[in-house]
Design a protein around this ligand. Structure first.
Ligand code: ADP
Ligand code: MG
Length: 611
């Protein structure tokens, strides 16, 4: 009898998902929110992280008829991982297959179809959609989510969407943000009303260290183990700055747990960062088995973009990785810097979602007060604007000086971007887009090189315990000319191996990165095909020079000096030209890590005669 009364498992799960939906802080405000959206074209929505903004609002809109007539609801996310993970969650809540009614679109990965009506995407992807659909006619609602992150793309979207909202009165615009900065958004959008979703928040006790920590990674590991041994049940969230740190921290934790063996209860160590394969990413959401404790080691993606239930303890070393740009030298650097007080407070808040929590700040109360900035500087003020300028120009926006920026970029950054595009022949003397088509008959090679450069220096695999083997394998790919040609060589050999996994394994090449490079290349090839650029092959030498002559450096007293700014720079030790030190070089990018390095360099004897 009991058996037959039990609902089938799938039905049971669906029920509990609906229960979870109804228990979210946003749920009691569903009707008021929909009414406010009906009444106002632009609405700013403020709500604590985890209140249900990202996963629920699009579903409410769908239930309220906003997708009738085949219209779409779009929701932007600054981070790829968030776009994918949130779409997956919503598809699950709606019991549909991801990619059908609910989909996501991130660069080089389009998981949508004609049936898609709820579309999650990165802010960069929505920007690109303006190229094919300048009035976003297929959307009834655009949600700019995580607006407080103030990424470059989100900031540009603000200006563009504000503009199209004027001549598309039927378009609803929702600007969703954690509890930060909402008055500024309202002000920018002509005093749009702010809808506040009161959060449910438990108190979080904050602890500081008495003295600064010399090694915050080690301090994290020790803190996690201390919590595990001394504190009541509850999961732990650790904030680190990037993949390498996160992997190191996870390894250390696992090793120490192994050594402690059965003296301690089970500790599940789970990393989360942008490049982590998605099946691994999904693991952080699995409920912790009874008796065990979960520790999630994350980048600041877990600050507001993703909500992990069950977190009671937060460990915050107080750092993040930040891009900064020097318009005078053109140097872009990614450096670990103290995070802002606003970030630190968001991080602490993660501990108080399900019960009273604790946040361990691995810095002093004095540092919090005196060494951290109040808020993070918007990305638009600390980045190279070349790509954005090109995009805006292709949208027909010629007067960038008067573009409606919420916070305008520094004047010199904008001027430098225009100057570089002019020098490349992409803009004419009036600042208009040209139809430049460098014709060096080498599109095949350049496509490969561009695709390989885009996978972010993650081609070569160099595990700590096999450094010598890995470096030898890498040396086998070296060919004269420099790193671009090495990348081309790697790709060509991989193609010849039949895209083999085994080949990658034997040659210490990361298969995942190669696969991604192939996807990127396919997509670029498709674009070339669409604009009818012929694919042809010879050698890419002059094309690299023509495109990157701006980035030339000359050998000088042990290092190099850039031609444009006479700045001292060095060849990156990973480069195939590290030993050779040719007289002239072209670099793909300058990065500052321990010193100013040129990454991905190129050289040819013929270069000397060009100058
Ligand atoms: P907000 O956007 O307001 O920060 P979300 O809509 O992202 O909130 O999350 C609301 C709730 O949905 C979370 O508290 C969590 O319970 C649940 N949730 C979100 N994403 C996932 C996921 N990938 N897996 C499981 N639960 C999730
Ligand atoms: Mg959200």
């Amino acid at each position: 009898f009991f058996k037959s009364c039990q609902p089938p498992p799938a039905e049971k799960q669906k029920q509990s998902i609906q229960e979870v939906r109804r228990s979210l802080p946003i749920f009691p405000y569903r009707e008021d929110l929909l009414a406010a959206i009906r009444e106002h074209q632009i609405l700013v929505i403020e709500g604590e992280t985890g209140s249900g903004k990202t996963t629920q609002i699009p579903q409410y809109l769908l239930e309220d008829g906003y997708t009738e007539g085949g219209m779409k609801i779009g929701c932007t996310q600054p981070r790829r991982v968030a776009a994918m993970s949130v779409a997956a969650r919503v598809a699950q809540e709606m019991s549909v297959k991801l990619g059908n009614e609910v989909g996501y679109s991130i660069r080089f990965e389009d998981c949508t179809s004609e049936r898609t009506i709820l579309k999650y995407m990165t802010d960069g992807m929505l920007l690109r959609e303006f190229l094919t659909e300048p009035d976003l006619a297929s959307y009834s609602v655009i949600i700019i989510d995580e607006a407080h992150e103030r990424t470059l793309h989100t900031d540009i979207l603000f200006g563009l969407i504000k503009d199209i909202a004027r001549f598309r009165p039927d378009l609803k615009v929702l600007v969703a943000s954690a509890t930060l900065d909402t008055e500024r958004f309202s002000c920018f959008f002509d005093d749009a009303p702010v809808f506040r979703i009161p959060g449910r928040r438990f108190p979080v006790d904050i602890y500081y260290t008495k003295a600064p920590e010399a090694d915050y990674l080690e301090a994290c590991v020790v803190s996690v183990l201390q919590i595990h041994v001394t504190q009541p049940a509850g999961d732990v969230l650790v904030f680190l700055t990037g993949q390498e740190e996160i992997e190191a921290c996870c390894e250390l934790l696992q090793e120490r747990c192994r050594r402690l063996g059965s003296k301690i209860s089970e500790l599940l160590v789970l990393p989360i960062y942008a490049n982590l394969p998605s099946d691994m990413q999904a693991k952080i959401f699995n409920p912790t088995p009874p008796g065990a404790r979960k520790v999630v080691v994350a980048t600041n993606i877990a600050e507001t973009s993703l909500t992990i239930d069950g977190i009671i303890y937060v460990i915050d070393p107080g750092f993040c990785k930040q891009k900064s740009y020097n318009a005078r030298t053109g140097m872009e650097s990614l450096i670990v810097t103290p995070c802002s007080r606003a970030s630190a407070n968001q991080r602490a808040g993660r501990a108080g979602r399900v019960a009273a929590g604790k946040c361990f700040r691995l810095y002093t109360a004095w540092a919090f007060k005196h060494e951290m900035e109040e808020t993070t500087v918007p990305e638009i003020q600390r980045t190279n604007l070349g790509n954005v300028v090109l995009l805006l120009k292709s949208l027909g926006i010629n007067d960038l000086i008067h573009f409606d920026f919420m916070d305008p970029p520094p004047h010199e950054t904008l001027v430098l971007a225009l100057e570089q595009l002019y020098a490349l022949g992409a803009l004419n003397h009036l600042g208009e887009l040209t139809k430049v088509q460098k014709n060096y008959k080498c599109s095949e090679e350049i496509l490969t090189i561009a695709a390989m450069l885009s996978v972010n220096n993650s081609i070569f695999y160099r595990p700590k315990d096999k450094v010598v083997h890995a470096d030898n394998a890498r040396m086998n790919f070296v060919v004269p000319g420099g790193d671009h040609i090495v990348l081309l060589n790697v790709y060509t050999q991989w193609v010849e191996s039949g895209y083999s996994t085994q080949w990658c394994f034997e040659n210490f090449i990361q298969f995942r990165s190669m696969k991604r490079a192939r996807d990127v290349r396919d997509q670029l090839e498709g674009l070339m095909d669409r604009i009818e650029v012929e694919l042809c092959s010879c050698n890419g030498e002059s094309a690299v020079t023509a495109g990157y002559f701006y980035n030339t450096a000359r050998l000088s007293k042990g290092g190099y000096k850039t031609v444009k700014h006479q700045q001292t720079v060095y060849v990156h030790p990973n480069s195939s030209l590290f030993e050779e030190q040719p007289r002239w070089m072209i670099y793909h990018e300058l990065v500052f890590t321990t010193k100013e390095f040129m990454r991905q360099v190129w050289s040819r004897p013929s270069l000397c005669s060009s100058f």
